[in-house]
Ligand binder design. Sequence first.
Ligand SMILES: [Fe+2]
Ligand SMILES: [Fe+2]
Length: 396
Amino acid sequence: MAPPADELRLGYDVDENAIRFSNYFHLLRELTHLSAGWLPLAPDFDVKYALGDHLHDDARAITKIRRRLYELRHPSEYPGAPAEELEELLDRLAAAETPAEYITLAYGEAKPALLRAFRVDLDHLDPVSDEPSLRLLTQLVARQERHIGELGPGADGPLPVIDDVGALPIRLKSEPRALRVMAPLVEPARDDFVEVTAEGDPFLARELYINDPDENHVPVEAEEQRHFFHALMDAEICAAELMARNSHEHPEMPWDFHVDMARQTWDEMRHAKLHSLLMPKELDCRWGDYPLGFSYFRSVYAHDLLGRLALFNSTSEQKAMWRHSHRRKVLVERGQEQIAQVFDYLLADEVPHVHNGTRWGTYLCGGDESAYKRRVRELRDGLDETGAPAGAPQAA
Ligand SMILES: [Fe+2]
Ligand SMILES: [Fe+2]
């Protein structure tokens, strides 16, 4: 650990320091890209949740590492290419063929290597001249320890194959390393005890999803609330999976796009977790009690990135804001305060999610927001009154 700040150590010089952060960048960039690709294919809900949470941590870490690289007078957009030894590890990560194989490599080798290098760094750096690195690495150590504890071997795992990733050379003049994009999804994976059918849960009525105060039906009876929240939990997972795949399938997008997608992935997984906790506590049911279907997910996923943002963020989520607010009001009036409060948090998180649609949809339309809005209107014309394409009911 770092010595007290009144002791002069003069650790790494500026260039060595920048090389270390460049290596951290390369490893974390590959991890965020691949975790986003694998998240929809991990069947276990708790694993999927952890991947979404860690993805968001790691995306924010990259933003801070890029900032530190800039401060150290180094290219922060793409700091050279990784050395052969690191490439070998990155290639193995990218070549994983199942979610379990990826998680074993990411949490058993890549993250422990990163954690070890952060610790070596903290042992050598000068705590005064390089205090910005000290602060940042202290935070990143705590996060990687948590990640490895949750999905990896924990503190007792084997020593990493690379002794100090930070000390590897960086090839400054080489071409940027290409990220492997996985095959398109056929459908996302769910826990093996969850039944997936073509039509989903037949109990759900279209009146639950209509944006009209006279026609919208708020689920108030116990049995309909059980089915409704079960479907809502799945809709949140689908939302996380869409955002994760938006990021994974578009490595050409600016870095801030990936941070926004990572944040929304985590938000949606948190919403799903909230419902998974609410169901047994307030509604006497649990995840897996009813069947679910992927027709709405498929109908959005089939579009290109612009279409997905227009249909999901700028339409489905934008309209869900009204429904959440309406549901909250009705439930408060009926004295179901606990359930009403859930909708208030969903509503609060929905605002930045809708903004993600406008921000990145406008970017994809060359910065022309009115061109994006025209595209949103065109795509909405093909939807029914619940905001879903005919025959593909949504559940949010
Ligand atoms: Fe959500
Ligand atoms: Fe959302």
